[in-house]
Design a protein around this ligand. Structure first.
Ligand code: TXA
Ligand code: MG
Length: 353
């Protein structure tokens, strides 16, 4: 066990001495968790194979699922990528720094382990003063997957990181809760037209405004498990965002969803099971269950995204046997919320009505 040092920093104006202490850990090959605008990342020197190996081990992450490499200036992209297609320039101008990860053909300067042996690399410039300061002070690109144990919901606060990784990492920069709450959108630019491999903090609608044609990978909207050969992003095939309880996702029109959830609660109660409902502000009042939590208003998908992972973790503490979740609208960040809920359910989806 290591001693994990917690460095509390102001999220907008982080104390430079603390950031430098964290950067020196990164330069020596250590592991530092830090806030981004999406979720907390677990950082290591992307160009140091030993540091990246330690990163996989600390998270218990399968070695075939590469992390995202974080940069703080666009020049670094040209060092990491062998080819930067013209539409990448447009996207970087429009969305960086921000919650958009771009997948490029990779250059030889990147160690194999950092890209899990793939010929592509996923890069993003985060929009968070703490993350940007850490990368700048480290003087190298930082490989950072989400700072959770593999298979757990991504962390949106320093406490979530400590719950999973206390004693397994060197330090954490605690900059308070993250703003967006779901991970970045992963967009593959090594294919034409560009393809979303993971919906996230940058809405599909916004990408289409800039690029015109953008495809969604079939996995993104999958309602059941697809065969593994079809994956383009290695992360797709691993079990993700799984709370301890079984999640059942009920999809359909709101009134039909509510009726179906009520009858599911009765069925679970007859079996003496504890049941939680993941509802919305408009519907939460209507359920009688062991635990009812609201994601937020159905009219505010951004707020629902910000609350999702914290609520999934809270349900873990409630010792429920099942979590029944309402589907939410798929506009904007709603697409990411639905994608995470479908995965969390292991594609245990009921169509209501
Ligand atoms: O918002 C985020 O993206 C957060 C913060 C910390 O930046 N990071 C994050 O990293 O969510 P991670 O490692 O949990 O997810 C990275 C995703 C995985 O689904 C992985 O498979 C995919 O990006 N990925 C990484 N390299 C790739 C590549 N070369 N080609 C396709 N997908 C890749
Ligand atoms: Mg992750």
């Amino acid at each position: 066990m290591k001693q994990t040092v917690v460095l509390k920093v102001d999220s907008q104006k982080p104390d430079i001495e603390k950031v430098r202490a964290a950067a020196s850990i990164i330069r020596k090959g250590g592991l530092v968790a830090f806030p981004t605008e999406t979720v907390y990342g677990l950082g290591a020197d992307a160009l140091n194979p030993k540091a990246v190996l330690a990163l996989f081990e600390a998270k218990k992450r399968p070695m075939d699922n590469p992390p995202i490499v974080h940069v703080e200036n666009i020049n670094d992209v040209y060092r990491l990528a062998e080819q930067v297609p013209p539409n990448a320039d447009k996207l970087m101008k429009a969305f960086w720094p921000g919650p958009l990860t771009l997948v490029f053909k990779r250059s030889d300067t990147v160690p194999d382990i950092t890209v899990a042996g793939l010929d592509t690399i996923a890069v993003r410039m985060p929009q968070h003063p703490v993350a940007l300061a850490l990368i700048r002070e480290s003087c190298r690109p930082i490989a950072a997957p989400s700072a959770n144990l593999a298979g757990k919901p991504s962390p949106t606060s320093a406490d979530h990181v400590l719950d999973d990784l206390n004693g397994r990492i060197d330090a954490i920069l605690d900059g308070g809760p993250t703003r967006i709450g779901v991970e970045s959108t992963v967009l593959d630019l090594s294919v034409d037209p560009a393809m979303v491999l993971r919906p996230g903090g940058t809405p599909l609608e916004a990408l289409r405004k800039v690029l015109g044609d953008v495809k969604l990978h079939p996995f993104v909207v999958a309602e059941k498990e697809l065969p593994i050969e079809k994956t383009r992003s290695p992360g797709m095939k691993h079990k993700h965002y799984a709370p301890k309880a079984q999640v059942i996702l009920v999809e359909g029109a709101v009134s039909a969803v509510m009726a179906t959830i009520k009858s599911l609660i009765s069925t679970y109660w007859l079996q003496d099971k504890r049941v939680g409902v993941l509802a919305t502000d408009e519907t939460a009042w209507a359920y009688e269950a062991d635990v009812v939590k609201s994601l937020g208003s159905r009219r505010n998908v951004d707020a629902m995204a910000a609350n999702l992972f914290r609520l999934l973790r809270e349900f873990d503490e409630e010792n429920v046997d099942a979590i029944v979740a309402e589907s939410v609208p798929t506009e904007g960040l709603g697409l990411a919320v639905m994608n995470r809920l479908r995965k969390a359910s292991g594609y245990n989806i009921i169509k209501a009505g």
